[in-house]
Design a protein around this ligand. Sequence first.
Ligand code: ADP
Ligand code: MG
Length: 279
Amino acid sequence: MQSNSNIQRVKNKLLVMSGKGGVGKTTMAVNLAYALSKKGFKTGLLDADIHGPNVPKMLNLEKEKLAVKGNKIIPVNIRENFKVMSMAFLAEKEKAVIWRGPLKHKLIRQFIEDVDWGELDYLVIDLPPGTGDESISISQLLNKITGSVIVSTPQQVALLDVVKSINFSREMNIPIIGLIENMAGDIFGKGRVETIARENGLNFLGSLELDKKITESGDKGKPFIVNNTYDISKSFNKITDRIILLSKQKKRKNKFKKTNSIKINNLALKDEVCWYKKA
Ligand SMILES: Nc1ncnc2c1ncn2[C@@H]1O[C@H](COP(=O)(O)OP(=O)(O)O)[C@@H](O)[C@H]1O
Ligand SMILES: [Mg+2]
């Protein structure tokens, strides 16, 4: 089931995931990939959200179409060391894409095997919310995933969904790099994601405020990290450095804990169902 293609030339594969939509996964994935490329790493960004591919919007690549050379798909090159691949480069705008499970798997396989990623230090993968087909396919097709970066807002309802992402990573044997708190502040609160990380022996990567500059930069198609004078950019740079450091560590303390319960406010929540099967 695992892919044996040029993806072998990718040193680190990072999954950006969350149980819920709208918590800032794509924003984190885009800025993380940009920050890595800015630090000189050869970086790829794979938008694996087939139904709602937002990466091109956040990078102002909406007019881009894919090129094909020989039997390889050429990703869009933003900067010398930053390549992007998204379903949006293939689909007609504003048309709902209807893909059933097996077709999605085929498409994701193409994104991994047939895209000419070349040699990469990091491939950042922006997953759709939850633990559906795309997440399962990616996890099965990529061998040796470096780890998952789980994004959550500090709201109680979002936190319940964090459990699913943590359990998914554990079930798929994907090391959890850590948790990011996004949209912290007066509206959603602050600090709860760090508490969950601590209670479950996971790394807390940092917190990013709810900030209009983030929404605006996303809408303009320019990652906020481009402007390194912003406080949010300074916070996010630290998050990126932690991710780089943890990606290097071969044995993470949270690599794979044999437990099926997650603690929130010290209440152990059982993983009620196993809704996916291993390859
Ligand atoms: N920290 C933040 N402050 C303000 N707006 C944010 C923040 N993080 C994300 N957003 C905005 O919230 C919306 C949803 O973010 P997005 O990254 O698309 O979430 P997801 O990929 O999880 O669905 C976008 O409009 C984005 O610009
Ligand atoms: Mg998204």
